[in-house]
Write a protein that binds this ligand. Structure first.
Ligand SMILES: Cc1cc2nc3c(=O)[nH]c(=O)nc-3n(C[C@H](O)[C@H](O)[C@H](O)COP(=O)(O)OP(=O)(O)OC[C@H]3O[C@@H](n4cnc5c(N)ncnc54)[C@H](O)[C@@H]3O)c2cc1C
Length: 366
């Protein structure tokens, strides 16, 4: 039996611990006093589950990830729908045919809408930056209304100087599919993400140690392998400098009236007059939808004192720094998950990568 230390009990660490603990002893070290990482949730007032570090909706096209997670939880089939607020009116988000027609005051079909957007692409420069890539998809006017100020608020940077790496998530649809995510499998764990992960690590060979880091005096000597899912720059004592992340502040608001349209999970606030970017109605996420008060999670960008880091700033400077950290790696350590690989990854990708890594490790260790 080999001894494996895993640093960080988010969804990456818990998946690795679960998959590697059949024939190995696993010690899972977590600096917080709870497991779950960025996906941590808890039950708040009126039995409503709160996503402490931001709303998390599970969605995937990976059948193997879906099958694997369904061993530890049932998902409720929730399908997320979002509206963008502009000029006091509500528009489908991502942009759909209805968004285009409402915005331009038209009644176009798919082909006509494509022509209209194409006409709005004129006078665009060819520079490879966020602004140009997004305008080339949605046109100038929709970009100005829904994306420019939102992005500036979220990243604290002019979208012209943001890398096009930030653009893949911006979509335009020429049909009226109102689902925020189009993946085959979608939902939220019925008893929460934290409970799902607890079920993953409730195994004889896994020892979980909360409230500690690798430096603390714990029984981690002589490990055959150490897997790091915590920030790579922190692991190397910031010896080459700090990697930059953006983070938000999250505020809970209780209200007895539901301000949201039926079946809408979140409203995006693009305009610069709002100092927040998004409000999510947590009641929508479970079968406590009608419980009162309604609980809204409001996101303010650019936190200076974040509870947790959110989005890696994948600009040239930070990617170069991350690559230099990668060169320090030795064969005793493996790096996995969003913090150690300095990438935005969805939960399904985190689980998929952890499954692949566990398979490779098993082949090598056994
Ligand atoms: C605002 C926001 C919303 C999101 N919404 C979605 C969504 O709707 N759907 C989706 O699929 N994905 C979403 N994601 C992505 C999702 O959060 C990640 O895929 C997921 O958290 C990755 O898990 P992880 O285990 O790699 O990292 P983490 O969850 O960050 O886990 C890392 C763990 O390491 C611990 N740690 C850090 N340093 C140390 C240390 N020195 N010692 C010990 N432990 C340490 C941390 O406390 C944490 O528990 C969202 C992300 C953000 C930022």
């Amino acid at each position: 039996m080999k001894k494996i230390v895993i640093v960080g009990a988010g969804i990456t660490g818990c998946t690795l611990a679960n998959l590697l603990s059949d024939n190995n002893e696993v010690i899972l070290i977590e600096k917080n006093n709870h497991i779950g990482g960025n996906c941590y949730d808890y039950t708040g007032d009126a039995g409503i589950v709160i996503h402490k570090y931001g709303p998390h909706i599970f969605h995937t096209n990976y059948d193997d990830v879906w099958r694997y997670l369904n061993k530890f939880t049932k998902f409720n089939g929730y399908v997320h729908k979002v509206k963008a607020v502009y000029n006091g009116e509500l528009f489908d988000w991502p942009i759909t045919l209805d968004t285009i027609n409402k915005f331009y005051g038209q009644n176009l079909d798919e082909g006509q809408a494509k022509l209209l957007i194409n006409l709005d692409l004129a006078n665009r420069s060819d520079e490879d930056n966020f602004e140009n890539i997004v305008i080339s998809r949605v046109g100038n006017q929709l970009y100005e209304a829904f994306i420019k100020s939102y992005t500036t608020k979220q990243w604290g940077r002019d979208p012209k100087i943001l890398s096009s790496n930030f653009a893949p998530r911006i979509e335009i649809r020429y049909d009226n599919d109102k689902r925020f995510f189009k993946d085959k499998h979608q939902g939220i764990p019925i008893t929460g993400y934290t409970q799902m992960m607890q079920n993953m690590i409730d195994k004889e060979n896994i020892k979980i140690v909360l409230g500690v880091t690798l430096e603390d005096d714990i029984d981690n000597d002589c490990a055959d392998l150490t897997i790091i899912t915590s920030p790579i720059d922190e692991f190397y004592n910031y010896s080459l400098g700090n990697l930059e992340y953006l983070s938000q502040d999250f505020y809970l608001q209780n209200k007895f009236e539901d301000d949201f349209e039926e079946n809408i999970g979140a409203y995006n606030y693009a305009e610069s007059k709002f100092d927040f970017i998004r409000i999510t109605c947590m009641n929508r996420f479970g079968d406590y939808a009608k419980n009162k008060p309604y609980v809204y999670l409001k996101e303010h960008p650019l936190s200076k004192t974040p509870l947790i880091v959110s989005y890696p700033v994948q600009d040239k400077k930070n990617i170069e720094l991350y690559n230099r950290y990668k060169e320090l790696k030795t064969k005793d350590h493996l790096f996995a998950g969003r913090l150690a690989t300095f990438q935005y990854i969805n939960m399904d990708a985190a689980v998929k990568r952890a499954m692949d890594m566990a398979k490779e490790i098993k082949e090598k260790l056994c």
